[in-house]
Ligand binder design. Structure first.
Ligand code: GDP
Length: 282
């Protein structure tokens, strides 16, 4: 075969610059930094670059290489026998992932601020393509954790709903998709992705209801100023991610995986399905 050094040189020489950005959000301890670090390590293995570690205190932007065997939205049916795979190996697709810093409650507001900043970019090079919202699926049985997580996700989705509505007249706004990365599936106490979806939907429904009630109470003396405040619009129907997609066009997928643990070590595939989700966005 080709000597490895030559291979690496060629690989780097033709690699195209990344053009899509993804933002990592979610509560503390969900595994965001572990995920960003894993993606960075996998990518530097592929491009032979040294992998510098980072602390979780700083906002980090990691450039990631999509594994050539992961299909992309523009090349859905790429298979191992497909000639386009050769091209994908020679010219790997890159994307960027931003991890958000901060602690505890601060983390949510910093994350929303980051989402605001990144989603306003008109530059195709820095535009936001997707949000990966990480969840510790072993921690969701705890009521307070579920509430915190659902509140954060609700706020992220409400922001994207407003953005989708405001941008509907201009074709320039690109869709921003959301992946709920149901992490830590390696733990035997972890809730399966289907249950994670149901719990989050039910909790967001509760949050919506109490917000509606708050708005009605407030409107007793002032005019109800902002009707758009209700996530998913239709407050008669129970909240679901399907409703949100149908009513507003914001797409949410819930996909299980594991950054650490046996799943990752045995098969190296704990994050594969999230990479496939990223691929579909590209
Ligand atoms: P962050 O606050 O969202 O950035 O979370 P971290 O990346 O700091 O992860 C919090 C803890 O969860 C760390 O101890 C990680 O090693 C651990 N962790 C992350 N992903 C997984 C996973 O898939 N399985 C298990 N068992 N632990 C994980």
């Amino acid at each position: 075969g080709v000597p490895i050094a030559l291979h690496v040189f060629f690989f780097q020489a033709v690699a195209s610059p990344p053009s899509s950005n993804f933002l990592l959000l979610g509560p503390s301890g969900a595994g965001k930094t572990a995920f960003a670090t894993l993606l960075e390590a996998k990518s530097s293995l592929a491009s032979n670059k040294s992998h510098d570690t980072h602390t979780s205190q700083q906002s980090t932007l990691v450039t990631v290489t999509l594994p050539p065997t992961v299909p992309t939205g523009s090349n859905r049916y790429r298979s191992v026998n497909d000639p386009s795979l050769k091209e994908a190996v020679r010219n790997p697709i890159k994307y960027r992932v931003r991890d958000t810093p901060g602690h505890g409650k601060l983390r949510a507001s910093q994350g929303i601020a980051e989402l605001q900043a990144m989603s306003q970019s008109k530059d195709i090079k820095t535009r936001l393509r997707g949000v990966v919202f990480m969840v510790d699926t072993a921690a969701l049985v705890d009521e307070a954790t579920l509430r915190d997580t659902a509140t954060y996700l609700h706020d992220v989705l409400l922001f994207l709903q407003k953005r989708a509505k405001n941008g509907s007249s201009s074709k320039r706004t690109t869709d921003i998709s959301v992946l709920v990365a149901a992490n830590k599936q390696d733990l035997f106490t972890a809730l399966p992705p289907g249950a994670v979806r149901e719990k989050l939907e039910a909790e967001i429904d509760r949050i919506r209801k109490s917000k509606t009630k708050g708005l009605l109470d407030a409107s007793a003396d002032t005019e109800l100023e902002d009707e758009e405040e209700i996530l998913g619009n239709d407050e008669q129907e129970a909240f679901s991610f399907k409703l949100l997609e149908h009513e507003v066009g914001v797409k949410v997928d819930v996909v299980g995986g594991a950054v650490k643990g046996d799943l990752q070590e045995e098969f190296g595939s704990g994050v594969r399905r999230w990479e496939e989700w990223v691929g579909m966005c590209l």
